[in-house]
Design a binder for this molecule. Structure first.
Ligand SMILES: [Zn+2]
Length: 156
């Protein structure tokens, strides 16, 4: 089962210039900027760590606040404010691995492989989709499945 499908793709051909710019990767990171602007803001993440816009909400997400949070992929904390940033050092593979590691540490590995892969895909795709929608520098808040930008930093 393991070997049949496994293909060695080898390292990607390295291109310089334009190609590298196209590989710029927007990700969501924890920020304290605009914290306190909304009631019930919280930020127990590590500044600048990767966060995910998907949470497993408890039964009272409104009073608890988890429905508004972005869990950090490294810390066990969460934040209500996430910033879209361009991290050229992060590739889709690294992002995927970070999500995987975080979920494994969180005890979510105990399910069928296919199901687990699906959840990882959801995280990665949602991060990419939100980053594209709001753009570099946006501070994005959420409430359940709804996302909006708090402020947009000037690009200068
Ligand atoms: Zn909760």
């Amino acid at each position: 089962m393991m070997n049949a499908d496994r293909r060695c793709v080898g390292p990607k051909t390295a291109h310089v210039g334009e190609q590298e710019l196209e590989n710029e990767m927007l990700v969501l990171v924890a920020t304290r900027e605009t914290q306190g602007r909304e009631d019930g803001d919280y930020c127990s993440t590590v500044e600048g760590e990767l966060v995910t816009p998907i949470t497993f909400e408890c039964c009272v997400p409104d009073t608890c606040g988890c429905g508004r949070g972005y869990p950090g992929l490294v810390s066990a904390g969460a934040t209500t404010t996430a910033m879209v940033v361009d991290r050229t050092a992060i590739t889709p593979q690294i992002l995927r691995q970070s999500v995987t590691d975080s979920l494994e540490r969180g005890g979510w590995r105990d399910m069928a492989d296919e199901e687990f892969e699906q959840i990882i895909d959801d995280h990665v795709h949602t991060i990419i989709r939100i980053c594209k929608a709001f753009g570099d520098g946006a501070i994005v808040r959420r409430d359940g499945p709804a996302f909006w930008a708090d402020v947009r930093r000037s690009a200068a």
